[in-house]
Design a protein around this ligand. Structure first.
Ligand SMILES: NC(=O)C1=CN([C@@H]2O[C@H](COP(=O)(O)OP(=O)(O)OC[C@H]3O[C@@H](n4cnc5c(N)ncnc54)[C@H](OP(=O)(O)O)[C@@H]3O)[C@@H](O)[C@H]2O)[C@@H](O)CC1
Ligand SMILES: Nc1ncnc2c1ncn2[C@@H]1O[C@H](COP(=O)(O)OP(=O)(O)O)[C@@H](O)[C@H]1O
Ligand SMILES: [K+]
Length: 503
């Protein structure tokens, strides 16, 4: 897991790391530049023309070191200097002195920026990093605006697109990157949807600061990695039987929305549940039995929506339950949910209309507890907690909600955030825009319910479900792109186990 540290703590972390390991700050910058170049070399060609724009702080220092390393490898590089280089940071100055004599380095004034020709295949932005402390102005703003207007150029930001603050939402302009290479961990603000247009594709480059070292600076925010997820999985033995893989119930569906329940149930089966039962209104019987023969179907009292109640003894037969997909928010469904929450205290996922009902009947929030996982998307979340100004506020409120109600809250989207009652927040690194298609949230519900039923802790079920759901989305969309549908994500779930080397 990568710790996400706020910008204000990074300076202290760097200083402590440097004194602890007896290395110089120049060495750390060299590591960062080397990590960038290792990635760059694999992607670009020696005949690409590369412009590197460098400010006067350590981000500029990174840019100058990158220029030197690429030049030595035979790349065609030009450096542009902006800002107050007479008062540059020590490592920026040192890297400027280390530039080879023949490497062109041009100082730009605000006036030059308007007229100079930028004829490059690649622009590398090393103007400002996490030290940005005010909106862009003067020559920085002029250059960023000019670069943003260039077309047919690959634009890469070093650490963070210049102008974006590391932990807050941007005010004013910032560099618009196609790719951002962030050092050691993704800076917090790179995960905000408001910044997606600036960040482009996000990559994290290791610069050699060990994770245990980061632990001392932990702020309880983590970026999920493959290896953290693989080790959370339970292993099953040669003699495992259906019971070991768990009996789960998925409740929901209503007239015209039975597909949501079907997708959640299929996802539970594909995630490995031993037995999956659907609880649907009567109108769902034929649909579910014929479209999903592997599942059992129970029908409640209602014809077109779930009605009445199910007694606690019947519910306790299941190892875990997922409720909400397609269930509607009518008075009848709301009453059903209320009685259900009264009667069932086991591992539970509440999604979709289940959440919408909680928003309409806040009294039901009293039933939330440490066994419950809520999976709202942004709109459902705001119905629950009220409108938020920006994603940062949403993330703060998600954590507050989780701590207040003692349950896990999964705020879905790109970089889905999993908030835990102990104050930790995990951010997902898998998934892509092709998952933004009707029903993909129902798939997540089915997957998490399945993990709960298999005996995973609520935290591990949430983490494995979210990460693997994103992975399934990536696999499903590889050859389908925007033609991906939720059923493709379900179909891809088994292949995520192959990638994770878990049988
Ligand atoms: N472990 C790591 O993460 C490592 C990090 N490293 C790198 O260091 C970078 C951080 O470097 P940094 O602290 O020197 O700050 P940076 O962003 O270059 O800004 C410089 C100065 O610019 C100024 N300034 C602020 N706003 C401004 C504005 N709008 N317009 C104009 N000027 C503005 C402000 O000074 P001021 O003018 O306020 O005196 C500020 O101090 C980091 O992003 C990464 O690339 C790696 O090298 C090694 C390991
Ligand atoms: N751009 C994206 N990047 C990564 N994951 C995404 C993206 N857009 C959507 N998703 C994922 O797809 C799912 C969509 O869920 P949801 O909005 O509830 O869909 P539905 O209500 O149609 O079932 C979530 O798990 C979300 O994280
Ligand atoms: K930058």
């Amino acid at each position: 897991m990568l710790e996400i540290i706020s910008g204000r703590s990074v300076k202290k972390l760097d200083a402590d790391f440097i004194s602890d390991r007896g290395i110089t700050s120049h060495r750390l910058m060299e590591n960062a530049a080397q990590a960038f170049c290792d990635w760059f070399e694999k992607k670009y060609h020696r005949n690409d023309r590369i412009g590197i724009c460098c400010g006067h702080g350590n981000n500029g220092g990174d840019g100058l070191a990158i220029a030197r390393l690429l030049w030595r490898k035979g790349f065609d590089v030009v450096v542009f200097l902006v800002g107050d280089h007479d008062n540059a940071s020590a490592d920026c100055r040192l890297n400027r002195e280390l530039l080879p004599d023949k490497l062109p380095a041009v100082s730009l004034t605000e006036e030059d920026i308007q007229h100079i020709e930028f004829d490059f295949d690649v622009i590398i932005d090393a103007l400002l990093g996490i030290g940005v402390n005010r909106p862009l102005s003067g020559d920085f703003l002029a250059l960023v605006k000019r670069l943003n207007r260039l077309i047919h150029v690959n634009k890469i930001a070093v650490d963070i697109p210049s102008g974006l603050p590391s932990d807050e939402c941007v005010e004013g302009d910032a560099f618009i990157a196609d790719i951002t290479i962030s050092f050691q961990f993704p800076k917090y603000s790179l995960l905000f949807p408001e910044h997606a247009g600036f960040v482009g594709h996000l990559k994290v480059a290791n610069i050699g600061i060990s994770q245990p070292f980061f632990g001392q600076f932990s702020e309880g925010k983590y970026y999920l990695q493959y290896k953290d997820v693989a080790k959370r999985h339970l292993r099953f033995g040669r003699f495992s039987h259906k019971g070991d893989f768990g009996k789960v119930l998925v409740c929901g569906g209503s007239y015209g929305s039975m597909g949501a329940l079907k997708m959640a149930a299929t996802a539970s089966l594909r995630t490995g549940s031993g037995l999956v039962t659907c609880l649907a209104p009567k109108c769902g019987m034929g649909i579910l039995q014929s479209s999903l023969p592997e599942a059992q179907v129970l029908t409640g009292e209602g014809e077109n929506e779930l009605a009445g109640s199910v007694d606690s003894e019947s519910l306790s037969r299941f190892d875990a339950i997922g409720i909400g997909p397609g269930m509607g928010t009518s008075q009848t469904s709301s009453c059903f949910l209320g009685k259900f929450l009264e009667n069932y205290k086991g591992p539970l996922v509440i999604d979709a209309d289940g959440i919408n009902i909680l928003a309409k009947q806040p009294g039901l929030l009293n039933y939330l507890n440490e066994n419950v996982i809520l999976t709202p998307h942004v709109k459902e979340f705001e119905r629950l907690v009220g409108p938020c100004q920006n994603h940062k506020e949403r993330l703060d409120k998600a954590l507050e909600f989780s701590m207040k109600h003692g349950c896990i809250l999964i705020l879905k989207g790109a970089h889905t955030a999993i908030s835990l009652p102990n104050g930790k927040q995990y951010f997902n690194s898998t998934g892509n825009k092709h998952m933004a298609t009707g029903g993909s949230g129902d798939v997540l519900t089915g997957m998490i319910t399945s993990f709960l039923g298999q005996g995973y802790s609520v935290e591990n079920a949430a983490v494995c479900g979210v990460y693997q759901h994103g992975l399934a989305g990536q696999i499903a969309s590889k050859n389908r792109l925007r033609g991906t549908i939720a059923s493709d994500i379900v179909e891809a779930i088994p292949r995520t186990y192959i990638l994770l080397k878990i049988d």
